[in-house]
Design a protein around this ligand. Structure first.
Ligand SMILES: Cc1ncc(COP(=O)(O)O)c(C=O)c1O
Length: 438
């Protein structure tokens, strides 16, 4: 490894002579090649996070099923597949991506509150490891579907352990009682008893996902205790499960603190799981990829008004939704520092919405139009939540691995934005028949 290249445990975005790098590649070089806005991910940082968690969980049989929704780019998925990761999917589209990236079906678990019959059928055909079922209706639909083709679907029920989780935003809390997610704790045993009687169902596990961006170990400990009590009740019923799925939610560092410690997490959780002989399934998303990504953007204009200073950039809420949707915090840094004054600014995008901001009242080094900014910690729920709102083609994505940079998604074009409309043909025009006689 040469100088400036990420070393084990190092910063994936080091600064050298005032210039920000991703691993061994200067970020301005990537912009010169592929323009802005541009998502850039560090493959080494992703591998390091995976290894950290994998090593911490080594004392028990385990499966790290990466939550594809965090960042479904095929380059990212292939990087994780090569490490041995499985996938946690929530749609037929994510199933397609995960299989395309080479993640074996037997390492895929299917979460989500509203799986359609077509999605269930596709996953059944693929032979996935487990369906994380979230309602009685879904359980019965899955059983019917499997029975029709003489199969049994491997199932865990996603149980809602009714734990209040300390996540930064209400939208990322899923473990309390009043949420659409999961099966209420008081209903879990009844539904398991139903599941074992249904001809198309094979019970293989229990599952919970209590929320996202959790930095403390305690809520996870409480969830495990809850699930182990349920497993004990099932045992007394003569039902043996193979795995306990603890979902995702491991928190990362957005504002300069520390991510949750994999070692501390494992110490607490594994002491409960090891004696049971169960396989532990985890569904981390953000933990594996969040800190591995930056969004590069160019300053278009500076503007003052109402006692505020605005930095208007060429990335907006359509490219990165977290600040406006979750009040998500992302550090903003100049790609090249010039030692200028740090002043409080609002970093805003070009979208016609007051909610289109990337950072509010943030002290950053004063920049000038034409200069580049890096928005940090956007590897998870960045591109994957992007849209084409205001008819803005979505950004390109680049995966850096040591000293090489790979374009893993090219920038969308305005022609692609209208292609599905232009492809309409006359044959599918439905005439409106007037049956009403006056
Ligand atoms: C069921 C399930 N598993 C895993 C995750 C991944 O969460 P995180 O990215 O916080 O690890 C989510 C996130 O919404 C989820 O809903």
């Amino acid at each position: 490894m040469g100088e400036g290249i990420l070393s084990v445990g190092g910063d994936p975005f080091p600064r050298q002579d005032g210039v920000l790098f991703c691993e061994g590649v200067p970020l301005p070089d990537l912009v010169a090649r592929w323009g802005t806005p541009l998502y850039v991910y560090s493959a080494t940082a992703i591998r390091e996070r995976y290894t950290e968690l994998d090593t911490a969980l080594a004392p028990v049989p385990h499966l790290i099923a990466y939550s594809v929704k965090a960042n479904g780019n095929l380059g990212v998925l292939r990087t994780l597949a090569a490490m041995g990761a499985g996938a946690d999917i929530v749609s037929g589209g994510e199933l397609h991506r995960a299989l395309l990236a080479g993640i074996p079906a037997e390492r895929i678990v299917f979460s989500g509150v509203g799986k359609t019959v077509n999605e269930l059928a596709a996953a059944l055909d693929a032979g996935i490891r487990c369906f994380n079922v979230e309602s009685e209706g879904e359980l019965r639909a899955l059983s019917d579907l499997a029975e029709m083709t003489d199969r049994t679907a491997p199932v865990a029920l996603r149980v809602n352990p009714n734990i209040e989780t300390p996540t930064p935003h209400a939208y990322t809390r899923t473990g309390h009682a009043a949420t659409k997610f999961g099966i209420p704790a008081e209903d879990a045993l009844r539904l398991y008893r139903l599941a074992v009687r249904l001809p198309g169902i094979r019970v293989v596990g229990v599952d919970a996902h209590i929320g996202s961006q959790i930095l403390e170990v305690e809520p996870f400990r409480r969830a495990v205790v809850h699930l182990l009590e349920l497993i004990e009740q099932l045992r007394m019923d003569g039902v043996e499960v193979e795995h306990l799925d603890l979902g995702g939610g491991l928190g990362i560092s957005y504002e300069g603190g520390e991510a949750i410690s994999a070692a501390a997490f494992a110490e607490t959780v594994l002491s409960l799981i090891e004696p049971t002989g169960l396989t532990l399934v985890m569904e981390p998303g953000r933990y594996l990829v969040g800190e591995a990504g930056v969004l590069l953007t160019r300053v278009l204009y500076m503007k003052e008004g109402g006692g505020k200073r605005f930095v208007i950039i060429d990335a907006g809420m359509n490219d990165l939704l977290r600040p406006s949707h979750y009040a998500g915090y992302h550090a903003v840094d100049p790609v090249e520092t010039h030692g200028r004054l740090r002043v409080p600014v609002d970093v805003v995008g070009p979208i016609c919405e007051t909610g289109d901001f990337l950072a509010l009242d943030r002290e950053i080094e004063l920049s000038e139009p034409g200069e580049l900014l890096a928005i940090r910690t956007v590897g998870a729920y960045g591109f994957s939540m992007s849209s084409t709102y205001n008819q803005r083609p979505r950004p390109a994505e680049v995966l850096v691995d040591r000293e090489s940079a790979h374009l893993v998604r090219r920038r969308e074009t305005v022609d692609e934005l209208v292609a599905a409309e232009l492809a309409l043909s006359d044959e599918i025009t439905i005439p409106i028949l007037t049956t009403h006689e006056s």
